[in-house]
Design a protein around this ligand. Structure first.
Ligand code: G4P
Length: 319
């Protein structure tokens, strides 16, 4: 059994993060989809695959699709560009945004119009007066939906209330003369078909930390960083990690198998993830009584440093 299999839900698809809300949100989105021209899905640019909910593909069948790579300020710009092209090649209209500062947010109107070009032309030919395009915002928790909507709608936004023939209680937000947003909870249940998905979603803070095992997360994060961003840990924590001599196999203090602590072979280090975590703990003075390294505290520090961008602009996965 690998270490991640031990983590609640990582290996068995059992992470429960919004059990009650899921069915309700899904029902509401299913009910509303017929009113919608375009589904705008907000992804976290640090995990553009794991933050993309496969349920939305089913829900949004036959609708125009826009993907927003949000939190672009926290992600690796070169990798974000690769992801943009990847999704464009798959037929999505993609925009890179930072909802916090508003960078790229205003041009969402343009990308929505581009995505709906075919419908706009069809209506024009039929002499139908263009009504605002209707968009639904979707995205996993913490992807930045509220921040995006606030930034996109700005102060000028007006809730237009119920429309004739539309289920009572639905709120439309008029962004401008061209676009209206349907205000939905926008939360759907991601299926963690790949255990890695749960882990990546945990890294970005979309799962309640109380149900996670920080040490397991830290080992995984160290492995990714050593492979993809080899200089980062050395630079941040002042630890020496260069490869010289044989790669060691760590003994895992929890399970005793040590299997999952091994850094990928191509990473430039001889140390295991556990050893690297210990080095970080030592440097940062995360110690228990008797000078034993407090691995839990060290893990939380590392994860927090990732989430608060102290490790730099990092993208955890590639197409
Ligand atoms: P949600 O509705 O999808 O659940 O997400 P929400 O907008 O609440 O955003 C979750 C967190 O992500 C917030 O941080 C928000 O500020 C941050 N965020 C959203 N978009 C961006 C972005 O493009 N760049 C960066 N750097 N951060 C973004 P928070 O710490 O929970 O709240 P706050 O202290 O910022 O208010």
């Amino acid at each position: 059994m690998s270490k991640t299999d031990n983590v609640k839900g990582y290996g068995n698809n059992s992470i429960n993060w919004y059990p009650g809300h899921m069915a309700k949100a899904k029902r509401m989105m299913q009910e509303s989809i017929k009113l919608i021209d375009v589904v705008v899905e907000i992804l976290d640019a640090r995990i553009p695959q794991s933050s993309k909910n496969p349920d939305i593909d089913e829900l949004a069948k036959g609708k125009y699709r826009v993907l927003l790579l949000n939190k672009s300020d926290m992600a690796d710009p070169e990798k974000t560009a690769i992801w943009k092209k990847y999704y464009e090649d798959k037929g999505f209209f993609v925009s890179i945004v930072n909802s916090k500062t508003g960078a790229g947010v205003k041009s969402t109107t343009e990308i929505i119009q581009k995505a709906c070009q075919e419908k706009l032309e069809r209506d024009r030919k039929k002499g139908i007066l263009a009504r605002p395009l209707r968009a639904m915002i979707a995205g996993i928790p913490n992807s930045g939906k509220s921040t995006f909507i606030n930034s996109f709608a700005g102060k000028a936004c007006t809730k237009t209330g119920n429309k004739p023939g539309v289920t009572i209680g639905k709120q439309w937000i008029r962004i401008n003369k061209d676009v209206e947003l349907l205000d939905t909870p926008g939360i759907l249940w991601p299926k963690f078909e790949d255990p890695q998905t749960g882990l990546y979603i945990a890294f970005i803070g979309s799962i309640n930390d109380d149900i996670l095992f920080p040490e397991d997360m830290a080992y995984e994060l160290i492995k990714i960083l050593m492979k993809e961003y080899p200089g980062v840990l050395k630079e941040r924590y002042g630890i020496e990690l260069e490869k010289s001599g044989e790669t060691k196999v760590a003994v895992d203090s929890d399970s005793g198998d040590g299997e999952n602590d091994n850094i990928p072979e191509n990473a430039d280090t001889k140390f295991s993830a556990l050893e690297i975590l210990e080095m970080i703990g030592k440097k940062r003075g995360c110690l228990k009584k008797g000078a034993e390294i407090d691995l839990l505290k060290t893990s939380k520090l590392l994860i927090d440093d990732f989430r608060t961008q102290k490790l730099g602009k990092i993208t955890l996965e590639m197409p």
